[in-house]
Design a protein around this ligand. Sequence first.
Ligand code: PLP
Length: 424
Amino acid sequence: MKLEQKSREELGIFLTQYLSEFEALKAKDINLDLTRGKPSSKQLDLSVGLDSVLEENYINVNGVDTRNYGGLDGLVEAKQLFAPVLGVAPDEILIGGNSSLTLMYQYLNLATFFGANGPGSDWMGEGNPKFICPVPGYDRHFTICESLGLEMIPVPMTDQGPDMDAIFKLVKKDVSIKGLWCVPKYSNPTGVTYSREVVKLLAELPKVAGKNFRIMWDNAYALHDFEDELVIAPLLELAKKEGTQDSVVMFGSTSKVSFAGAGIGFMSASPSNLEFFKKYLSVQTIGPDKVNQWRHVKFFRDIVGLRVHMKKHAEIIRPKFQVVFSKLEELGELGIGGWLPTKGGYFVSFETLKGLASKIITLCGECGVKLTPAGSAFPYKNDPDDTNIRLAPSFPEISAIEEAMNVFVCCVKLASVQKLLESK
Ligand SMILES: Cc1ncc(COP(=O)(O)O)c(C=O)c1O
C-alpha cells in the first residue's frame, strides 16, 4: 500500500489521522535524543576490568616502564594486538593516544602543509587541494577538511561503496584532488560495507590520481558486527600488488570497543609514510599514554580476546537496531522512506521523500525527539536533496528508542502525506 498511489480523498483521511497522532505525541512531554553515536553505559561497563588489570605492574614484557616518557609509535605489544584489526603487520602500525580522529587530523595537516613525503610534497605547494567525500558520510571528516582548507567534492555512496566510476572520472581530470575518505565497513552513516570490487578499484586509483594522493581508510567499525564477522577485502595487500601502498593510510580505534573517551587510536601506513609522520609527531609529544596501551594489552590479550569482547557489545546493541528496523518497516510499506538493514556499526541512514529531511527533524523536535541536524552527513552541511536523516540508537535504552521511533515514524508519515497532497 504505497501512499503515492492513494487518491486525494484517501490522503486527506490519512492526514487527519497522522495529525491527531502527532498532536497526541506532542502532548506527551517526551525528551529523547537519537543524535549521539556513542556507546551506552552498559557497553562501557564491559571494560571496567581495564582499571584493575595492571595490578601495579607497569613494566611490559620488554622491560619498558610504561609510566615513563618515550615510545613515540607505541608499545610493541599494542602493535601486535591492534595490527590484525587493520589487517596489517605489527611493524606497519603506529599506536597513538585516545582518538583516531586526532591521528587523521594530524596526518592531513602534515600532508597539506608540511608534506607527507617530506619537504616539497605538501599539497598547498600544488595549488588548491581538493578532497573526495563520499556522501552521506561522517561529519567530522568533513570538518577536518574544512578546517584545513581542503575543498570537498561530494561523490554518492552506492550499496557497494562509493561510486568508483565518478571518482575515476574526477581524479583523471583534476590533479589537485589529493585524496578521499573511506569508512569501509558499516560506514557512518549508511551502514554500507565496501565490496571487493570497490576495494580493488581503490587500490588502483592512486595510479591515475595526482601526486601524493592519499586514501584515508577509516576502519572505525572493523570489529562492530552484530552477528557473524564480515570480512572486507584487504586494501593494503591489493595496493601492494598495484604498487600504490604509499597512498594508503588506515585508521582504527577502541573508542567503541573499550572506553570512548579513554581508548586507543592507531594508524597504519607504509614505512616511509610512518617515518615522516613520526618526525612530525615528535615535535608535538614525547610519547603516547603507554599505561593505557599496556592495560588494553593485558585486558584484551589478542585479536581473539577483542572479538570475544565485541560479541558482548553486539548482544547489547543488536536489539536496539532491531527496534529501529521493525519500526521503520511501516514506512517502507508506505513507500515513504529507504534505509539499509545494516548488520553492524552505529548508525541507520534514513532517506526521506525529496525535500523532507529538515521538516521531519523539526517535527520530531516539536515532539521532544532530538535528531542529528539536517545536512550533517554532507560537506558544508549541504544535503542538496534534503533527504538524509541519521539515526543513532546505540546510547538510549530500548524503551526510549521505541518511543523515539514512534515519534519519528509519525513525523515521516505526516510530512510525507502533506507533500503528496500538495502534488496531487
Ligand atoms: C567513522 C568514524 N571515524 C572515527 C570516529 C571517531 O573515532 P575516535 O573516537 O577514535 O577519534 C567515529 C566516531 O563516531 C566514526 O564514526
